[in-house]
Design a protein around this ligand. Structure first.
Ligand code: SF4
Ligand code: SF4
Length: 296
C-alpha cells in the first residue's frame, strides 16, 4: 500500500505526520515499511529519522550539444522543443539549460544529426535504513529548477511491489510529498492508494487545503485530513471537510512539548508514547476506508 502525505502549503507539519506514522506502524512485525522523502528541494525527514545512509546514486539528464559544423540553422530543433528551451538565430543557437527537460526531442528532430547529448547530474538519491524501515531521499542539486519530477520519478521506481496474497507481511510505502500543489507534488502523490492532507485550522490553511483537495480529486486518489496544531478554531476545517465528505482522520492539538521536541529533531511518539497508538489508529482508519471502498 502506498500512502502519501501532502499539504497545500509548507509548515503544516506534513513531515511530522509522515515520520511518526512510519515509526508507529513499523513497530508491528507484520508490516514491512519503506519511507520516501520526495521533498527533494528541502528533504528534512532525515533530521527526525536519523537514517543510516549506505548508498548515494546521482540522477542525471541528457542535455543537447550542437555541432555547428553540421548545423544548417533550419530551426527544426526549436520547433520540436515543447519547453521552448532552444532558440535558433541567424547564425547561432541558444539552449536555455534551465528550461531543458533532457527529453531528447531536439536531437531526434535534427535532420543533420548535428545534436549530440551529454549527461548532466541534477541531483542524488540516497538510501539506507532506519532500523527495519527502508529509507530513500532525493536531493536536488543547487540551481536546478525544473528537475524535481525527474528525481521523484527515479525514487518511485524503488517502491516495492505489494506482497502476494498468501504473504502475511504487508508492504507499506510512506511518501513525504513536497508542499504545495505543483508538478513535484503531483509526481509524488500519483499512484498512491491514499493521501493524507495535513492542514492547520487557519484561513490560510483552509485555502491551501481546498487547492490540494482539487488536485487529488483530479488524480482520483482517496484522501483524508489531519488537523495539526488544532484547538478551538478546528471548525474552519471540519465544516469544509463535512461539506466535501472528506474524513478527518486525526487531530493533533497545539502542544508546547511537541513543538520543543520538533525543534530538537525528536519525533512526537518518542516524547509522548500515547501518540504511537494514535498513529497506528490513523493507519487502521485508512486501511478500513480502503477496504470498505473496495480499493484494497
Ligand atoms: S535541427 Fe539541427 S540543423 Fe536544424 S537548427 Fe537545429 S541543430 Fe541545426
Ligand atoms: S532535450 Fe528536450 S527539452 Fe531539452 S532542448 Fe531538446 S527538445 Fe528541448
Amino acid at each position: 500500500m502506498i500512502i502519501s502525505i501532502a499539504s497545500g502549503k509548507g509548515g503544516t507539519g506534513k513531515t511530522t505526520i509522515a515520520v511518526n506514522l512510519v515509526l508507529s506502524i513499523s513497530n508491528d512485525n507484520s508490516y514491512d515499511c519503506q519511507f520516501l522523502d520526495c521533498d527533494v528541494e528541502e528533504p528534512n525527514a532525515a533530521i527526525f529519522l536519523k537514517p543510516n545512509i549506505s548508498q548515494a546514486r546521482p540522477v542525471s539528464i541528457l542535455e543537447p550539444r550542437i555541432n555547428f559544423t553540421k548545423c544548417t540553422f533550419c530551426g527544426k530543433c526549436a520547433k520540436a522543443c515543447a519547453f521552448n528551451a532552444i532558440a535558433v538565430l541567424k547564425n547561432d543557437i541558444k539552449i536555455f539549460m534551465e528550461l531543458c527537460h533532457g527529453c531528447g526531442g531536439c536531437s531526434i528532430a535534427c535532420p543533420e544529426n548535428a545534436i549530440s547529448e551529454v549527461s548532466r547530474d541534477v541531483g542524488v538519491i540516497e538510501s539506507g535504513n532506519v532500523g527495519k524501515i527502508e529509507f530513500i531521499q532525493g536531493k536536488l542539486n543547487i540551481g536546478e529548477a525544473i528537475t524535481p519530477p525527474i528525481i521523484i520519478r527515479e525514487m518511485k521506481k524503488r517502491i516495492k511491489k505489494s506482497g502476494t496474497e498468501e504473504s502475511k507481511i504487508k508492504h507499506i510505502t510512506i511518501i513525504d510529498a513536497p508542499p504545495g500543489t505543483s508538478c513535484p507534488v503531483v509526481e509524488s502523490v500519483k499512484n498512491s492508494d491514499f493521501t493524507i492532507l495535513v492542514t492547520e485550522p487557519t484561513p490560510f490553511g483552509l485555502n491551501d487545503l481546498i487547492l490540494a483537495v482539487e488536485v487529488l480529486k483530479k488524480l482520483n486518489i482517496p484522501m483524508g485530513v489531519v488537523i495539526n496544531r488544532g484547538g478551538k478554531n478546528d471548525n474552519i476545517i471540519s465544516d469544509y471537510c463535512q461539506n466535501e465528505k472528506i474524513p478527518i482522520l486525526m487531530r493533533i492539538p497545539m502542544d508546547k512539548d511537541i513543538a520543543v521536541a520538533y525543534s530538537k529533531g525528536i519525533p512526537m511518539i518518542q516524547i509522548n508514547p500515547k501518540y504511537s497508538d494514535k498513529f497506528k489508529e490513523l493507519y487502521y482508519k485508512i486501511e478500513n476506508q480502503l477496504q470498505i471502498s473496495g480499493e484494497i
